[in-house]
Design a protein around this ligand. Structure first.
Ligand code: CP
Length: 326
């Protein structure tokens, strides 16, 4: 694997999930694979889980790791070609990415959308230019439209726990992506990516997938192929085995914080409608705004387990890359 930017870069998702769980069982089995190899992690935006789990994953594989908080520590980057750089930008992405490629064998990049220009964000202009100019394999640490390391960890978590939580003869879990309230307009990267990975898992017979969102919050259809779509949360979560809670801003009225109806926050009352569902969230989460504390602090929450699996997911992806470039 030379690029990990979406589920489309993965040939066999079941094998990648199995690899993550094998690494969880035996973290240091490949501790020589990354010897004398360097991972550079470049952040244009804040992070806790992605930063620490990817660093730890690389260390488990014997890699050296360098982290650059580009938004705070780097030169202001120009991304457009053909401009005279007589304004605030100091370095062009052409040189900056190429130079980082000189120092690193693998690079990771986090670059959130600006949520101002839908075409620019959905063309992944910044991420794609970085990939093009750095010249080494790249792992997405969350781009404008996707967060594949998170989605892989989510699939690992569902696959890993289903054997424990499955009820009687039910063959496949019902997984629901449920929109949640927020006070700020958030990117669609996590739900897009979750939808894309769950749709692929559904196509491979691993689960059944439903998306619940209020009118106006429909995701781009390119990410939701095969998903059941509902505008009624209570109806969507009936008999659910996993509810994945996440806010996102409008795609249609791009980046807007639209008005939304009451009753979209998951709490213990809503949980009664489900099949004793396990509740997931990528974190960070705003308690009692997006998701009730009583769920986060209760037995149905998988959020810490899920965050823990970020490590094994990142390690599985880095392992696949190292095997390719060795
Ligand atoms: N879920 C997630 O990506 O967390 P961070 O933004 O803290 O990395």
């Amino acid at each position: 694997m030379k690029l990990f930017s979406s589920v489309n870069d993965v040939t066999d998702i079941k094998q990648l999930v199995a690899s993550a769980l094998a690494l969880k069982a035996n973290p240091y089995a490949h501790s020589d694979l990354g010897k004398n190899k360097t991972l550079g992690l470049v952040f244009m935006n804040p992070s806790l889980r992605t930063r620490l789990s990817t660093q730890k994953a690389a260390l488990n594989l014997g890699m050296n790791v360098m982290v650059m908080n580009m938004d705070k520590e780097g030169w202001a980057l120009e991304t457009q070609d053909g401009v005279i750089m007589n304004g605030t930008t100091v370095e062009h992405i052409r040189e900056a990415a190429a130079v980082m490629g000189e120092y690193c064998d693998v690079l990771g990049l986090r670059s959130f959308p600006k949520l101002q220009n839908r075409e620019e964000d959905y063309n992944e202009e910044f991420f794609n230019k970085f990939v093009k100019f750095c010249g080494v394999p790249v792992v997405s640490l969350e781009s404008a439209t996707r967060h594949p390391l998170q989605s892989l960890a989510d699939l690992v978590t569902i696959h890993e726990t289903w054997e424990t939580y499955r009820i009687d003869a039910k063959a496949k879990p019902k997984v629901v992506l449920a929109w949640a309230p927020h006070i700020k307009p958030l990117p669609q990267a996590v739900p897009n990516s979750f939808a894309e990975w769950m749709s692929r898992a559904q196509a491979e017979g691993m689960l059944d997938f439903t998306i619940a969102q209020p009118e106006g919050f429909e995701l781009n259809e390119n990410f939701t192929s095969g998903a059941k779509i509902s505008h009624d949360l209570d109806e969507a979560i009936a008999d659910a085995d996993y509810v994945y809670v996440k806010n996102w801003s409008s795609y249609k009225e791009y980046g807007k914080l639209l008005d939304f109806p009451e009753g979209w926050m998951m709490d213990n009352e809503k949980l009664k409608l489900t099949s004793n569902a396990k509740v997931m969230h990528c974190l960070p989460v705003r308690r009692d705004l997006e998701l009730a504390s009583e769920i986060l602090d209760g037995p149905n929450s998988l959020v810490i387990h899920e965050a823990g699996n970020r490590l094994w997911s990142a390690q599985a992806v880095l392992k696949a890359m190292l095997e390719e470039i060795k």
